[in-house]
Design a protein around this ligand. Structure first.
Ligand code: PFF
Length: 458
């Protein structure tokens, strides 16, 4: 028997709903993945494709997860059991919980690096840094066996503490404070970046529309990014929406979160690229950009160290609020499906993530202790990333679209999203349903086959 959830904790207001959900979407993905991919795949042209992916796949799937979560007021697995009793749909929820762990194994490693960089920046380690010493700093961060693991554990303890405090005193309070702070910090970094001498070239790299770069690969990349960015396909949005207020306009929330998340990504790009160009640093992919180029860039400008601390802090905030949503997903699974206390659930989660996550940390670089250990040709770090982002999230999204499009009764979906007819948005809901039935599954199947190499657009 499921509980009837009468005494369940939930968010206190629409604003809390918005900031918590945005806190999940805004993460490490905004700070390096988005700006780099945008620059690489033709600037504004890629942005245009990405926005279409967010509109036709991201937002409809986010709304679907909202429906499932708020309707049932249950965790990622229990919600499917309630909506489709005795049917195998709950497998989507289990896959989501597994994806949540896999993401945390490598995400907590990178977040640990960010925390350690904040500490080092405050200590003044990056003052007067040169390209060689920047590389060496990052090298020691990666290859020393105990330091990154220690920072990973510190990061997990911070996230675990917030979750232990509960939905209102923990998640709600923290996201409501940190999201506006992140915004202020990013705007400060942007103002500085835009007043640098080479700002124009940086903006050109980011925004100049080059439609020749838009091929199938760019489209698939944009679609994959939309999944990861908006935290969909793994039950995180089901979990958070199970705490939503009854009167929340969920279509509105999804749209506002997607737009705000996009704004943060663009602002992050504006903070990074003009500065890179101004100091003649080649934009590089992934963590390298964040951990080697950024300290270098800030070291060369007046008040650079303070700005570096601001930039790393906002990155740390993004990583923390996103991870809170991921670990809340696995925590709620344990408390509701396995009937353990929140405290025990958090202890189990942190222990599992710290132990297996350390494999990711030790394998993140060739010089690491496990840097040369390969499973299916991939290091632990890459394996966790690939299996979650390229397999489990798209599969989760695909089955959620099918579940909502073909299993759930249309009236039920319309009623929940219009708050029993109070909102006059039936037309929009019908359009969303059409997209979920006919557009989303086709697009997702294509990215999925491509990421598995079954079809190849490269
Ligand atoms: N959206 C986060 C980011 O862009 O960094 C990552 C993420 C969070 C993915 C939560 C999945 C998730 F459930």
């Amino acid at each position: 028997m499921q509980n009837d959830n009468q005494n369940r904790e939930g968010f206190s207001s629409g604003l809390a709903v918005f900031f918590a959900t945005l806190g999940s979407a805004v993460g490490l993905g905004n700070i390096w993945k988005f700006p780099y991919l945008t620059g690489e795949f033709g600037g504004a042209a890629f942005l245009f494709v990405y926005i279409l992916c967010v509109a036709f796949v991201g937002v409809p799937l986010m709304i679907s997860e909202f429906y499932i979560g708020r309707k049932t007021r249950l965790n990622a697995v229990g919600s499917f059991e309630k909506l489709a009793p005795g049917k195998p749909w709950k497998v989507i929820g289990y896959a989501g919980v597994i994806a949540a762990y896999l993401i945390m194994f490598f995400y907590s490693c990178v977040a640990g690096w960010v925390y350690s960089y904040i500490f080092k920046a405050i200590r003044g380690d990056f003052i007067g840094i040169t390209p060689e010493t920047a590389q060496a700093q990052f090298g020691t961060t990666l290859s020393s066996p105990w330091q990154p693991i220690m920072w990973q554990i510190i990061f997990l303890l911070v996230v675990g503490t917030v979750i232990l405090l509960g939905v209102r005193k923990g998640i709600e309070r923290v996201t409501k404070t940190l999201m506006p702070l992140l915004f202020i910090l990013i705007v400060i970094c942007d103002i500085r970046a835009l007043t640098l001498p080479g700002a124009k070239e940086g903006l050109t790299f980011l925004f100049n529309p080059d439609f020749t770069q838009i091929g199938p690969l760019a489209i698939l990349t944009a679609l994959g990014l939309a999944f990861f960015k908006l935290s969909i396909g793994m039950g995180t949005m089901i979990t958070y929406s199970s705490y939503f207020t009854h009167d929340n306009n969920m279509i509105n929330t999804a749209t506002r979160v997607a737009l705000s998340d996009l704004l943060v990504s663009i602002l992050a790009g504006i903070a990074i690229f003009p500065a890179l160009f101004s100091f003649g640093i080649e934009p590089t992919a992934g963590p390298g950009l964040l951990f080697m180029a950024i300290p270098l860039v800030f070291a060369q400008m007046p008040f650079g160290n303070l700005l570096l601390i601001a930039f790393l802090t906002l990155t740390g905030i993004a990583a923390t609020t996103a991870s809170i949503s991921i670990i809340e997903t696995t925590t709620l699974f344990f408390t509701e499906q396995r009937k353990v206390s929140r405290k025990i659930a958090v202890i189990i989660n942190l222990t599992v993530i710290a132990v297996i996550g350390s494999l990711a940390t030790l394998s993140a670089d060739k010089t690491g202790v496990l840097g040369n250990v390969k499973i299916f040709g991939k290091t632990f770090f890459d394996l966790f990333d690939f299996t979650s982002s390229n397999i489990l999230l798209p599969l989760g999204g695909l089955f959620i679209a099918i579940f909502i499009g073909y299993v759930i009764k249309k009236d039920d979906f319309v009623n929940e999203l219009t708050n029993d007819g109070l909102l006059k948005s039936e037309g929009i809901v019908t359009a969303i349903l059409f997209i979920l039935r006919f557009v989303t599954p086709v697009l997702v199947i294509v990215i999925f086959l491509n990421s598995l190499g079954i079809i190849n657009f490269n």
